[in-house]
Write a protein that binds this ligand. Structure first.
Ligand code: 5GP
Length: 268
């Protein structure tokens, strides 16, 4: 397969055309950003950790009947994917209250959300990804009511499968974000599922194992990504495991001082 022109570049990934019809290459870069791009860094190998975890999770989900855009990995940071018509929604499933939900609503951090709460944001950087409701999704013609129902059903199925996979590695899936796209009449899971898009806590220690380590300076981000990649994919860690870091006193998004509401100041 030949990589052709750049089609799109986001905060942490780039998408390229290829010489194969209906297939793109997604490159996971080493850029890491938070707070609506207000915090930015380049962390060596970060892209390959996220690519490896995403590929592993996509394959696991496919095995369990979820349609994803994943085709294959070309190298540690380049993934071949099926071309989709992306739906500009960020579909977030929350199992435990943390992050923006505790800043914006009277939930106590760590409260179990049963049944899980689905939050849908409009993927629009210029508007800071405002939260939508079903009526707005339909009125904005982002998805039909039928598609929206299907997206929510798939999101909950993915949540159940992913929570089970991670629990088997002693990891609690607090919340995570998904993006979907259309391939013909079928809805596929697109984008990535990685440490950048999941909130993960160690079951025993409560330690953050995701981008919150970067957002809130909780420790060595790459050591965390390395260890969590090894745990999720059940492979030995690439480097010597780093020191363990406990959750901080506040240890949460609740201490976020950017505090501009639910805008992507809070994540990203
Ligand atoms: P929160 O709304 O609490 O800030 O984020 C909820 C979950 O969705 C977290 O796991 C977070 O990583 C993920 N998430 C929300 N928005 C984005 C985004 O714009 N990009 C990425 N990569 N993840 C997001």
């Amino acid at each position: 397969m030949k990589q052709k022109n750049l089609l799109y570049t986001g905060k942490a990934k780039s998408v390229y055309r290829t010489d194969v019809k209906g297939q793109f290459i997604v490159e996971f870069r080493d850029d890491i950003t938070a707070f609506d791009g207000g915090k930015k860094d380049v962390l060596k190998n970060k892209g390959s950790y996220n690519a490896e975890v995403s590929a592993f999770i996509f394959e696991y989900l496919e095995k369990h009947g979820v349609k994803t855009h994943f085709v294959e990995m070309l190298d540690p940071r380049r993934m071949v994917v099926r071309e989709l018509g992306m739906i500009p929604l960020e579909v977030i499933v929350r199992n435990i209250a943390a992050g923006s939900i505790i800043r914006n609503y009277p939930f106590k951090e760590g409260t179990k959300l049963d049944p899980p709460v689905i939050v849908i944001d409009f993927k629009d950087d210029s508007r800071h990804d405002p939260m939508l409701n079903d009526d707005l999704v339909v009125a904005l013609k982002l998805a039909t009511p039928k598609e929206l129902a299907e997206i929510k059903k798939i999101a909950l199925k993915i949540n159940t499968l992913l929570a089970k996979l991670l629990a088997s590695q002693g990891i609690t899936l607090v919340d995570f974000k998904m993006e979907f796209g259309r391939g013909g009449k079928t809805i596929y899971l697109g984008d990535e599922i990685s440490m950048d898009s999941m909130r993960l806590w160690d079951k025993e220690t409560g330690e953050s194992l995701d981008k919150d380590v970067y957002r809130f300076n909780k420790g060595d981000v790459m050591a965390t990504y390395n260890r969590v990649t090894a745990r999720i994919t059940k492979k030995p860690a690439a480097k010597a495991p780093a020191k363990k870091k406990g959750r901080t006193e506040t240890g949460d998004g609740g201490s976020c001082k950017e505090g501009k509401g639910r805008g992507k100041e809070s994540v990203g």
